[in-house]
Design a protein around this ligand. Structure first.
Ligand code: SF4
Ligand code: SF4
Length: 506
């Protein structure tokens, strides 16, 4: 095994932020017991929500498929424990606009009875890559770094590109979040086992495991397991502790010194990025036949009695998890699903932990930075933007609802990291404005797509009606010719049919 290397590219901008991680990394990962009730959203991923295949009253087993992929992009959902499906209903979830989403609710029987497993799972390297990719699709695995893109479909897309590297993202740069750090410390073998499976599925032979320099324990443990595996294809890379170096494009730039093109993907320049948690989930599914039914999540902030990392079943509510870590403190006044920079505030602890939940942050109210005033054109926001955008310009066009200029100034490349907000002396909530503007652009694009589909349906219907009419006319002409030869009774029959056709058309 080679030593960790630092031959890095440069990240534009970014910020050094207070980490606030040691409060949750002091303890080992603790398992949250199976709760009395699990709430499983059918849309926990990018793409169409999964389609429920169980009914109310049905008994399900741990690991059983309960909602299958529906549409071209999606991931299945599995029961996280055994019990009875008691409802399929809208439930509060941590989504951008806060509206409830359809969930399958399971009343657990406490027995945690698993589905029957194949006696011996075939070794991953005995499977052809395309078969392995199909198998990954059935595990319900999505990107656990927060993007929740269905993993199998991301891998399938990548196999159509000229790939050089797999990058395992262990750069957990957002303050408070430490689930990947503890995962690498405690489950390094599964993380690296997942990397080997991914390399086989992608038919590539180079994997960089990228870790921030402030994670010495994780680094040490990864290095130990790599020495045991003696797999030269695995290489450790260190990156500086700077936010947001864990963003997918930023990570690629740091490690390869190549820039991901605007509106492009890392695969355009030969890289595929997967989170370390995703790699471990792939290992659990392929090696141990356990689909994605649990994950490691950081529960932290001064609003909980004992901040720590827990392994909880997907669908466990925040209320149940907080109860497990000793309950709330008197400081608990805001609940954020995710980290302080990119997380979503929610107003109820009835929301379930989902595949995307890397952190639950419960803390006292953040003091207001001060009243918003007009932009003074200081340029601080542009200096810290890791995507090299001009946030002050984008803000101007967002206020004017100027979609064309927003696009040409690269709004869709904004990763919503929040760096520009933090440095803005005018206290302008730039990121929130960019999020809203992106939402409006998406809505417009959806509306356009809906209008195109409606026009296509209308034209297809007209074509079909025309075609049917032509066929009927041809048929009548043929019968007329035939009747002429057959005599007056046949002609009367033809005229009757023609009259009937006219009436039908009217
Ligand atoms: S940091 Fe704020 S005040 Fe300065 S240019 Fe950007 S938006 Fe304007
Ligand atoms: S939120 Fe967007 S515009 Fe602001 S610094 Fe981050 S990437 Fe740049």
């Amino acid at each position: 095994m080679s030593a960790p290397t630092y031959d890095l590219g440069k990240l534009h901008g970014g910020l050094r932020l207070d980490a606030h991680k040691s409060q949750s990394t002091a303890r080992p990962i603790m398992d949250v017991p199976v709760p009395g009730q699990l709430v499983l959203p059918i849309g926990q991923h990018v793409g169409d929500p999964a389609q429920p295949i169980v009914g109310i009253g049905e008994y399900v087993l741990k690991g059983q498929l309960i909602a299958e992929v529906h549409g071209t992009l999606g991931a299945p959902v599995h029961a996280s424990s055994s019990g009875k499906v008691v409802s399929i209903e809208p439930w509060p979830v941590a989504r951008r606009f806060g509206e409830p989403a359809p969930c399958i609710v399971i009343e657990c029987d406490g027995k945690d009875r698993p589905v029957e497993l194949a006696e011996i799972a075939p070794a991953f390297d005995e499977l052809p890559p395309d078969v392995l990719l199909q198998k990954i699709l059935h595990g319900g695995i999505v990107g656990l770094g927060g993007a929740v893109f269905p993993t199998a479909q991301k891998l399938m897309q990548a196999t159509t590109c000229d790939l050089d590297y797999l990058l395992l993202n262990g750069v957990e740069c957002e303050p408070y979040i430490s689930c990947d750090d503890v995962l690498m410390r405690e489950r390094a073998a599964e993380v690296l086992g997942g990397a080997q499976i991914l390399m086989h599925a992608l038919s590539i032979d180079r994997c960089y495991i990228v870790v921030e320099s402030d994670k010495p324990e994780a680094l040490h443990r990864l290095a130990e397991v790599m020495a045991e595996l003696d797999d030269e294809r695995l290489v450790l890379k260190l990156v500086p502790t700077i936010y947001p170096s864990g963003g997918e494009d930023q990570l690629v730039q740091l490690v390869t010194n190549l820039e991901v093109p605007s509106a492009g993907l890392p695969t355009d320049i030969g890289c595929l990025v997967q989170n370390v948690g995703t790699a471990a989930a792939i290992y659990d599914w392929i090696h141990d036949q356990e689909p994605l039914i649990s994950r490691v999540t950081t529960i932290t902030g001064n609003g909980v009695a004992a901040p720590m990392n827990v392994r909880a079943r997907i669908g466990t509510t925040v209320a149940d998890v907080v109860n497990f870590v000793g309950g709330y403190t008197e400081h608990a006044s805001q609940l954020i699903m995710g980290g302080p920079m990119t997380g979503k505030s929610v107003n109820t602890d009835r929301v379930p932990l989902v595949k995307a939940t890397n952190c639950v942050l419960i803390m006292s109210e953040t003091p207001s930075p001060g009243p918003e005033i007009a932009c003074i054109r200081c340029g601080e926001c542009a200096a810290v933007c890791p995507v090299q955008l001009l946030p002050q310009q984008l803000f101007w066009y967002a206020c004017a609802d100027d979609e064309k200029s927003l696009r040409s100034y690269g709004l869709t490349d904004c990763i919503e990291c929040g760096c520009c907000d933090l440095v803005c002396p005018s206290h302008i909530p730039l990121t929130a404005d960019f999020r809203k503007a992106k939402g409006r652009i998406r809505e417009l694009a959806d509306e356009k797509a809906r209008a195109v589909r409606a026009r296509q349906r209308f034209e297809a219907r007209n074509e079909r009606l025309e075609r049917d009419k032509r066929q009927r006319e041809q048929e009548l002409a043929r019968q007329k010719k035939h009747a002429k030869a057959a005599g007056p009774a046949a002609i009367a029959e033809i005229l009757k049919r023609k009259q009937q056709q006219k009436e039908d058309e009217d």
